[in-house]
Write a new protein. Structure first.
Length: 218
C-alpha cells in the first residue's frame, strides 16, 4: 500500500506566490478593481474562480470572471521560462522517492503553467502522479484535490502527509484526514498555518530536507 507525500507546488516547491500577487493585482487593476496586494497574497492558493469570488464578493459582475482569469494567465505566463524552485525542492522529492514514499503533486495549476512548474522543480522521475486543477471540480480548501491525489497512488489518508504553504492547503489536507506540514516560504505566518491545521512547520524545502529524520516524513 505504501505511503504518500503530497505536495502543493506554488509557494511550497516553487517561489511563485509573489509573482501571482503582482499579476493578479495587475489583472484586477486593468479591469478597474482596486484590490490591495496583501489581500491578494492571502488569497493565493485558491483556484482562479474562488480567488476572484473571495476578493471581489458575490455582487461583482460574474460575467467578467473569465476575462480576469485570462488576464492573470497572460501576465503570469510571461514568467514561465524562469520560475525559480526553492532551494533543495527537487532534492527533497528525490530523497522521499528513494525512501519509498509515493510523491504526488496537488496543485491548482494546470496545462502549460503546471508544465512550467514541473520544469522548475526538475524532479519528474521522483513524482508518481499529479492532481491538477484540470482533474477536480472543487479546489482547495475543499479536500477533493488531496483525496484525488491519494486515489491516484492508492494510499489511504492515514498513510499520507500533505505539505503546503497556505491556510487553504492546511484546511484541505485536514478535511481529507491527512497529516499536514506547513512551510513558511510562501509568506503566510506560522500562527495562521498552525490554526489551519499544520502539525509541523518548516522554513522551506531545504529546512524540511535537513530535518527529515525528525519530521512526519521520516
Amino acid at each position: 500500500m505504501g505511503r504518500a507525500a503530497v505536495f502543493d507546488v506554488d509557494g511550497t516547491l516553487v517561489d511563485t506566490n509573489h509573482l501571482h500577487v503582482v499579476t493578479w493585482w495587475e489583472a484586477f487593476r486593468q479591469a478597474g478593481h482596486e484590490v490591495p496586494m496583501h489581500a491578494v497574497h492571502r488569497a493565493v492558493g485558491l483556484g482562479s474562480a474562488d480567488l476572484i469570488a473571495h476578493l471581489l464578493g458575490d455582487d461583482r459582475d460574474k460575467g467578467r470572471d473569465e476575462e480576469l482569469s485570462a488576464a492573470h494567465k497572460a501576465l503570469y505566463g510571461q514568467y514561465f521560462d524562469r520560475l525559480p524552485a526553492f532551494r533543495d525542492a527537487g532534492r527533497l522529492l528525490h530523497r522521499l522517492h528513494r525512501d519509498g514514499w509515493r510523491v504526488v503533486l496537488a496543485t491548482s495549476a494546470g496545462g502549460a503553467e503546471l508544465s512550467a512548474l514541473r520544469r522548475a522543480i526538475d524532479a519528474d522521475d521522483a513524482i508518481s502522479d499529479t492532481a491538477s486543477a484540470d482533474d477536480v471540480d472543487e479546489g482547495k480548501p475543499s479536500p477533493e484535490p488531496v483525496r484525488h491525489a491519494l486515489d491516484l497512488v492508492g494510499v489511504p489518508a492515514e498513510q499520507a502527509v500533505f505539505v503546503g504553504d497556505t491556510v487553504w492547503d492546511m484546511r484541505a489536507g485536514s478535511r481529507a484526514g491527512v497529516r499536514c506540514v506547513g512551510v513558511l516560504c510562501g509568506g503566510i505566518p506560522r500562527t495562521d498555518l498552525e490554526k489551519a491545521g499544520a502539525a509541523e512547520i518548516y522554513d522551506d524545502p531545504a529546512d524540511l530536507l535537513a530535518s527529515l529524520a525528525d519530521s512526519p516524513l521520516a
